[in-house]
Design a protein around this ligand. Structure first.
Ligand code: G6P
Length: 614
């Protein structure tokens, strides 16, 4: 987490960095700061949001600034206050640093530096790193880039850093291990940033630094990339980005989350594009075609992910087992990586991640690879660390997702995983030609059907009105819709701070039923295909305990409508694809409840979109 933006060149650096930090706030937003360089090195920082930093920076004379480096923070070491906010200075005041990541061995390094006479203002690991750099610089008689390299060799943990030197106008040093860092290359100007969004309107020429790479940029002297291990030079690989400015702005919606919910029909069309040809009865995913045999001979598939992506993985488990008859396991990446998992060389791992940067997922991939597994990545962010670390993969092409609560990433992940499973089932001949075609036809209808669900947003808003003061909420679903219940509960708790739990509907009787009384709203997915009668019985059980029932049903349903307090109809589709429709009303319900409670929907407290710490 944490966002970094730096600029050096002929434009107004303060403006570029502050605007860029605003775009990176999804990465953390508890404090922010900026270092500005002309003849002196000024730092402004504050607890709070980038907007607070903008206000504070307005009071500063920024004339003559040619280089600036900013940071928006998600606290790891030390509470979010002005002192702990980045940038941090070295003791001499000559060097400033911003950092995204965690220096795990900061404590022994700090003690060593204290013994050597250094003192510390903040509780951060970052201030330790900049003083370590200064100590190396002063004692080893080397250039600053070399000092940064030598200091990084002594560090355990993860970092993306930017470093400024008061005595080196125009120079920025950047380095990366674990956390992402992109360099934007313009005419006599350079940008560094945690992703490309801060510089997309200025240049589309980008380098994504690899782990253990260090870059030195200067508008006149150009760019150099070195390896952190031995300071040897690396030839830069420059990519041409396709990201547009429009795609990262709100476009008339009150919140990014609402925009992204409404973007789902188009996002799913973009996921299909060029990959699903219904008339030709064809699914073609290049990353998959090259490795069909690996999948077809796999003994099992293990899906690893975190958060909402883990819920998509659960849906995939149901779909893959149904269509392919291969055992599928779904693992939290954070558990998988630390529990000595049994992996055999015939195992295929599918790693699922919107950002492609989640630290636990990335570490789990590396572990799986080291144990001989073949790893397929499902990512949204093109060029992300996970996309690069996996053996092959498929992008979801959902477009930038900025709201912290994931919405379109989830439905596009399910879409691409459905395409993968269906293509594999065709190759493995575990489905008939007719069934293959039926799935394609059903998938093709999904965007239109999602639009139909979105058209009910006003009705969903009025349900939100009735329950926005609730303190608890239960979400129930069965089969393919059990993960949808988990995802619905997650959406509600993360943005409205209402305690919510998702359960398989039949498990209710083993505990959660004790919670049900007239105060308890129960959201239940009761679509016609999918254990319908059993779910209706569950609804009866809730009803007889006076729970308030909000049911997601198939259009035209009468039995559930007769029992429920509220029904939200979704169109009919194949059972395996119902999660794509059933999840939409739950996203809208959470959204409207959070808005009614006055919560900051796009930036919920304590959360961040991209979790690059474990
Ligand atoms: C964070 C985000 C979630 C996301 C999870 C996994 O917790 O707030 O929305 O689902 O990370 O992220 P990933 O980028 O790997 O899908």
């Amino acid at each position: 987490m944490c966002g970094i933006v730096g600029y050096t060149g002929h434009r107004t650096p303060t403006h570029i960095v502050l605007a860029g930090l605003g775009r990176l706030e999804y990465r953390g937003y508890d404090s922010a700061g900026i270092a500005m360089l002309n003849d002196s090195l000024k730092v402004v920082k504050t607890a709070g949001k980038v907007a607070d930093l903008v206000k504070k920076t307005k009071k500063i004379n920024t004339k003559g600034i040619h280089t600036a480096l900013g940071h928006t923070r998600w606290a790891t070491h030390g509470v979010p206050n002005d002192t702990n906010a980045h940038p941090h200075f070295s003791n001499s005041g000559r060097f400033a640093i911003v950092h995204n990541g965690i220096i795990e061995n900061y404590e022994p390094l700090k003690q060593m530096l204290i013994q050597r006479g250094y003192s510390f203002q903040s509780e951060t690991d970052t201030e330790v790193l900049i003083n370590l750099i200064e100590d190396v610089y002063l004692n080893e008689n080397v250039s600053l880039p070399k000092a940064v390299q030598l200091a990084l060799c002594r560090v355990v943990g993860a970092y993306a850093i930017g470093v400024l030197d008061k005595e080196a106008p125009g120079q920025m040093i950047a380095a990366k291990l674990g956390s992402p860092l992109a360099i934007g290359i313009g005419e006599d100007e350079f940008f560094i940033a945690s992703d490309a969004s801060p510089f997309i309107e200025y240049t589309n020429r980008t380098i994504y630094l690899e782990d253990y790479e260090l870059a030195v940029v200067h508008p006149k002297k150009g760019l150099q990339i070195k390896k952190v291990h031995d300071f040897s030079s690396v030839d830069p690989y420059i990519e041409e980005l396709k990201l547009s400015l429009e795609s990262i702005e709100k476009g008339g919606y009150d919140h990014f989350m609402l925009k992204e919910i409404f973007e789902q029909p188009q996002a799913i069309i973009d996921t299909f594009r060029g990959r699903m040809l219904v008339d030709d009865n064809l699914i073609k995913l290049s990353g998959l075609e090259e490795h069909l045999d690996t999948f077809l001979t796999a003994d099992r598939i293990i899906c690893i992910a975190c958060g909402t992506s883990w819920h998509a993985a659960l849906v995939a488990e149901y779909i893959f087992e149904e269509l392919l008859r291969i055992p599928v396991e779904v693992e939290y990446a954070s558990e998988f990586r630390y529990r000595n998992p049994v992996i055999n060389s015939g195992d295929v791992v599918i790693a699922i991640s919107q950002s492609g940067e989640t630290a636990d997922t990335l570490a789990a991939i590396k572990l799986a690879k080291s144990l001989g597994a073949f790893v397929f990545g499902v990512c949204n962010v093109v060029g992300s660390s996970i996309a690069r670390e996996t053996d092959t993969g498929a992008y979801t092409h959902a477009g930038p997702e900025i709201g912290v609560a994931s919405t379109k990433a989830f439905t596009t992940q399910i879409t691409i995983l459905s395409l993968i499973a269906t293509r594999l089932a065709q190759a493995k001949q575990t489905i008939t030609k007719e069934d293959f075609h039926k799935i394609l036809v059903a998938l093709e209808q999904i965007p239109q059907q999602i639009k139909a669900v979105l058209s009910k947003s006003e009705a969903i808003k009025s349900i939100a009105q009735a329950y926005h003061k609730a303190t608890n909420c239960l979400y129930l679903g069965r089969g393919f819709n059990f993960p949808v219940a988990l995802e619905g509960a997650l959406k509600l708790k993360e943005i409205s701070y209402i305690h919510a739990e998702g359960y398989p509907a039949a498990e209710m009787k083993h505990g959660p039923i004790a919670l049900i009384d007239e105060q308890m709203p129960v959201v239940i997915i009761a679509t016609r295909k999918g254990h319908y009668e059993k779910v209706v019985s569950n609804i009866q059980e809730i009803k007889s305990r006076k729970g308030k029932i909000i049911a997601v049903v198939t259009v035209g349903d009468e039995a559930v409508a007769a029992l429920a307090d509220h029904v939200i109809e979704i169109p009919e589709t194949s059972e395996m694809l119902t999660p794509l429709l059933a999840t939409i009303p739950l996203q809208l319900l959470s959204y409207y409840i959070a808005v009614l409670r006055g919560c900051n929907v796009d930036q919920p407290r304590n959360l961040a979109k991209s979790v690059t710490v474990e």
